[in-house]
Ligand binder design. Structure first.
Ligand SMILES: NC(=O)c1ccc[n+]([C@@H]2O[C@H](COP(=O)([O-])OP(=O)(O)OC[C@H]3O[C@@H](n4cnc5c(N)ncnc54)[C@H](OP(=O)(O)O)[C@@H]3O)[C@@H](O)[C@H]2O)c1
Length: 281
């Protein structure tokens, strides 16, 4: 009896192995977000771009944005070439006028807003936390925390007009275990865990859910210095039970879940996408 069980288990594991491998680049072509309109900030590269693309593939119309017009134009052209419904506008999230334009343009182009993914972040300083220059501290907190909060405040009335909606803040596992040399950035990400928790009950009254995505180490330009340095990446990989860095698509899959009805009873939570890295405060 036991022998049959283990034999069945072994053959299941054999057939599951290729499935597990293909999941690294999983994508979707569905309609679970049909009729929805999403804003994804910092969506011309890295995690933001993968999220924007995935939400489109799930049926949403997505407003692409980042600081540089050239980047916005390139991505809009690329995604339209894949028959995805996108528009684009320049938005440096720390600039109030840019945020207003992002929201106005989205409403003008797509008729309303259902989803906000706040993904932009800055980290201008590497070094000992105590030596962080004041200007670097201000830039980190203006971009990562204040702009994220302001964007929520500015977008919520539009979600309310649609009878509710979804917000995802992109945090980091550094929120839980401050990463060496990027202390102020890590603290700003811890603040986003608090922001998610604090806004959830208020937004629930408006049928709006807010959750946080906490990526571990994901291969992007932002993490290049770590992932493309043999010595640094060897050390980092030792902290990751799955022994590999994550992909932007893996962050996009979790975000798609968080903004869809698949997570309809979740708010104020954080999903960690980190291959099992330590993630508790
Ligand atoms: N990669 C990781 O390992 C990792 C781990 C944990 C958390 N995260 C978080 O994931 C998010 C995305 O990081 P990423 O790794 O995908 O970065 P990335 O690949 O370097 O992409 C950065 C994107 O942000 C845009 N951008 C930069 N500053 C901006 C601003 N002030 N306003 C609007 N757009 C801005 C850039 O375009 P322009 O140059 O045109 O503005 C670009 O599209 C960040 O919140 C980061 O903290 C990343």
């Amino acid at each position: 009896m036991l022998r049959h069980f283990f034999k069945a288990l072994a053959s299941t594991a054999e057939t599951a192995a290729p499935l597990i491998q293909t999941r690294f680049t999983a994508s979707s072509s569905g309609s679970k977000l049909a009729g929805k309109v999403a804003i994804v900030t910092a969506s011309t590269d890295g995690i933001g771009l993968a999220i924007a693309k995935r939400l489109c593939q799930d049926g949403a119309k997505v407003m692409i944005s980042s600081r540089k017009q050239k980047n916005v134009d390139t991505v809009v052209q690329q995604l339209r070439g894949e028959n995805l419904e996108v528009a684009g506008v320049v938005c440096h999230v720390a600039k109030k006028a840019d945020r207003a334009k992002l929201i106005d343009e989205t409403v003008k182009q797509f008729g309303g807003i259902d989803i906000l993914v706040s993904n932009a972040a800055a980290n201008p300083y590497y070094g000992a936390l105590l030596n962080t220059p004041e200007e670097a501290w201000d830039k980190i907190f203006d971009t990562n925390v204040k702009a994220t909060f302001m964007l929520c405040q500015e977008v919520v009335p539009h979600l309310e007009k649609r009878g509710g909606g979804n917000i995802v803040l992109v945090g980091s596992t550094a929120a839980y275990s401050p990463a060496g040399l990027i202390g102020a950035y890590s603290i700003s990400k811890t603040a986003l865990l608090g922001l998610t928790k604090a806004l959830a009950p208020e937004l629930a009254n408006s049928n709006i859910r807010i959750n946080c995505l906490a990526p571990g180490i994901i291969r992007t330009k932002f993490s290049q210095a770590l992932t493309e340095n043999d010595m640094a990446s060897d050390v980092a990989l030792q902290q990751i039970p799955m022994h590999r860095f994550g992909t932007t698509e893996e962050c996009a899959g979790a975000t798609s879940f968080l903004v869809s009805d698949d997570s309809s009873y979740m708010t104020g939570e954080t999903i960690v996408v980190s291959g099992g890295m330590a993630s508790r405060l």
